[in-house]
Ligand binder design. Structure first.
Ligand code: ZN
Length: 200
């Protein structure tokens, strides 16, 4: 489990110290649960926390970050990554869920927030259903101090799963995760059934 680093919140000159954490993995890997766990602990410590998610992700609830096991936390849906800079205000901690769906500017936004002394925690799918790096996630992982890759269990063989296998044939990238549309798969089981030229 990720243990929060011992970083002094303030430097000698009184300036607060920020950093970036990325929680990534496949579907059903518990990314959002892990994000919520970290944010709830910050809230318990009476830190000011702001949470954002892309406005397109309205699967379960307009204003809550919701994970599949019903734990939730209030969040603000935003259209563009840049909106987060305006809305974050003077909070201590910024949480961002479904980071993969944001525009590429999210990398710059995360860096700006961390440079201003905020703890920035982002959760998202690191790969799309084709097994390719997803949206701004590779850039975020590159500039983060801490990257935690969480795993699901392969629904075909029970191995360690890091891929999200799409069961239907739609080519639309922003198909949101109903349980019946995706399976968590290990590398072998993912490429075994994957219909694309990339597999050879
Ligand atoms: Zn497998």
């Amino acid at each position: 489990m990720f243990v929060e680093p011992r970083i002094d919140k303030f430097k000698a000159d009184g300036k607060s110290v920020g950093w970036i954490e990325v929680v990534c993995g496949s579907m059903f890997s518990g990314k959002t649960e892990e994000l919520i766990r970290r944010l709830n602990r910050a809230l318990i410590a009476r830190q000011a926390v702001e949470i954002f998610k892309p406005a397109l992700d309205t699967r379960y609830d307009e204003t809550n970050v919701v994970s599949h096991n019903d734990s939730y936390i209030r969040s603000t849906p935003v259209q563009f990554a840049n909106d987060i800079l305006l809305l974050a205000g003077d909070c201590d901690v910024v949480g961002i869920d479904e980071a993969q769906f944001f525009d590429p500017e999210l990398v710059m936004v995360a860096r700006t927030l961390a440079n201003k002394g905020k703890r920035v925690i982002l959760a998202g799918l690191d790969m799309d259903f084709k097994g390719e790096p997803f949206g701004p996630m590779p850039g975020l992982m590159g500039i983060a101090e801490f990257v935690t890759k969480v795993h699901a269990i392969c629904m075909k063989c029970g191995g360690v799963a890091s891929y999200s296998f799409r069961l239907n044939t739609s080519d639309e990238k922003v198909l949101l995760g109903e349980h019946d549309a995706y399976e968590a798969r290990c590398r072998n089981c993912f490429y075994e059934d994957f219909k694309d030229d990339l597999t050879s």
